[in-house]
Design a protein around this ligand. Structure first.
Ligand code: HEC
Length: 172
């Protein structure tokens, strides 16, 4: 009799723990489920479904990508390259109609991930400065470069997450 009560108490106590674990798991993208019980899986699955639409796919609406890219630009790049993309003469090169950007797209993406230094010529002007690594994840990197390609008089284009991931995998 006494042990029956105990068992019920343990069950009641265990419930919030399972839900808590499942919730935490969903926040991290549901990579692993420490509780293999059916209840935990049922909680994790809808949480993952909520996370998934945020992932950029090739068919994703360009407007949504540009809106995210603009937000990244405004909190990450704007201080140096300026709101109008004109940069600051001799200190920060322009992103506006940048011939360097179009001709060296992979290097630019790599530079956003790992930093960029050394001589470069942008629209006929030489720079030899240092751009620090921007500490963005692959999606933010893809979004912000896509935003730059479609802004400041640049000709457009689209960078997907796979391309940034590949360049990150190459190392610094
Ligand atoms: C701390 C200042 C700073 C920040 C922040 C910064 N950059 Fe730069 N960026 C530079 C400098 C300096 C260079 C030139 C590096 C060189 O001379 O090798 C550069 C070069 C570039 C270039 C290649 C040259 C050109 O003008 O086309 C691109 C593209 C670029 N940055 C994009 C970005 C993007 C996108 C971000 C935000 C994710 C960013 N930068 C954030 C300073 C910065």
């Amino acid at each position: 009799m006494k042990s029956g009560v105990m068992r019920r108490m343990v069950l009641v106590l265990a419930m919030p723990v399972v839900v808590g674990l499942a919730g935490g798991c969903g926040d991290r993208g549901g990579a692993s489920s420490p509780a293999s019980g059916g209840a935990a899986v049922a909680v994790v699955t809808p949480a993952m479904a909520v996370v998934k639409p945020g992932a950029a796919g090739p068919a994703e609406d360009l407007e949504a990508v540009l809106a995210r890219g603009k937000a990244v630009y405004n909190r990450t790049c704007v201080a140096c390259h300026q709101p109008d993309g004109k940069g600051i003469a001799k200190v920060f090169p322009p992103l506006e109609k940048s011939d360097y950007l179009i001709a060296h797209l992979d290097e630019v993406i790599h530079g956003v991930i790992y930093g960029q230094q050394g001589p470069m010529t942008v629209n006929g002007v030489e720079y030899n400065l240092v751009m620090p690594p921007q500490l963005l994840n692959d999606r933010d990197t893809a979004d912000v470069v896509t935003y730059v390609l479609n802004s400041f008089g640049n000709p457009g284009g689209r960078i997907d997450v796979e391309r940034t991931a590949k360049l990150r995998a190459k190392g610094s």
